[in-house]
Design a protein around this ligand. Structure first.
Ligand SMILES: [Zn+2]
Length: 297
């Protein structure tokens, strides 16, 4: 059983240790058990055990879901929210260029490009995502094992977009420093909030836990501590509300091993999840975001 605590120093705050089991759950596809361990200083949660080979957990429909085209309604809602997110970034920063890492279908990169900005996109897939095939947006393949961006020429005064990415990264601190080496001087980071009221209510069924694809589980305190440790200043921050009630019902049904016909309608990118957003407003602010800048010198 994956319930052992871990005496290593927390790489997020470089102070605490993972001395407490926060909760126990499992991978909804393979039913492999996982625990979430909590840092006794910054409060970040870490999935344990960290799988040696993560690739196998992405080679199923949960991995495919991140790149798949979605329902029209979901797409419409997402595009509306992404435009709002770009406006949010622009209120604080005017970067020379953007790099959207973990670009998925490429929807955000397209919105950034349509606004007239220079943008590159990157993801683990060797092939350019469908939405970027006809767009004037360079695409690079990123290796999440060593964080190399094959062929990337580097950038000047760049802003790196990390929407729902950092929770998947084995060594978030090494990864962010690597992006700084590539010329990033600001970041837009979006993460599920493990301390939201919805996360607390749903417990092990919280769709955002998604172990072991999610290795880290942040809240505002732990992400701010993380950024400070890396010499990044928080310029702006806040919370958003995205569909979580229906996806958590989906996770619950998958964990309970119900038949496919029963859980399928509640798929996280389906129409029911999209129209259920008003339900999530009852337990709002389930996602956090920060805009951070590299300190001078
Ligand atoms: Zn910590």
């Amino acid at each position: 059983m994956a319930d052992a605590t871990d005496n290593s120093i927390c790489p997020i705050c470089r102070q605490g240790r993972f001395s407490r089991v926060f909760l126990q759950t499992c991978d909804l596809v393979t039913a492999t058990p996982f625990s979430l361990l909590e840092c006794d200083s910054c409060g970040v949660k870490k999935t344990a055990p960290f799988p040696e080979d993560l690739a196998q957990y992405y080679q199923n429909e949960m991995g495919g879901m991140m790149r798949q085209a979605t329902s029209d309604l979901h797409l419409f809602l997402k595009n509306f929210l992404l435009r709002r997110e770009l406006a949010r970034i622009r209120r604080s920063f005017s970067p020379g260029e953007f790099l959207d890492i973990g670009c998925g279908t490429g929807d955000f990169a397209r919105i950034i490009r349509a606004s007239g900005a220079r943008v590159s996109a990157a993801d683990s897939c060797g092939q350019k995502p469908c939405l970027l095939e006809t767009a004037d947006i360079p695409y690079y393949s990123i290796d999440y094992n060593n964080y190399s961006l094959e062929g990337f020429p580097g950038m000047k005064d760049g802003l790196v977009v990390l929407r729902h990415v950092l929770e998947h990264i084995r060594e978030p601190e090494v990864f962010v420093n690597r992006m700084i080496d590539h010329g990033a001087n600001s970041f837009y980071i979006v993460l599920p909030d493990i301390s939201s009221s919805a996360s607390k209510l749903f417990g092990a069924c919280n769709f955002f836990l998604d172990p072991p694809r999610h290795l880290w589980h942040f809240d505002m305190k732990s992400v701010e501590t993380f950024c400070r440790q890396l010499g990044l200043t928080v310029v702006d921050s806040g919370f958003d509300t995205i569909p979580l009630v229906i996806p958590s019902l989906y996770r619950h049904l998958r964990i309970r091993k119900t038949p496919q016909w029963l859980y399928r309608p509640f798929a996280p990118k389906g129409a029911i999840a999209a129209v259920s957003l008003p339900l999530d407003w009852l337990l709002p602010r389930n996602v956090l975001w920060v805009l951070v800048r590299k300190q001078k010198g």
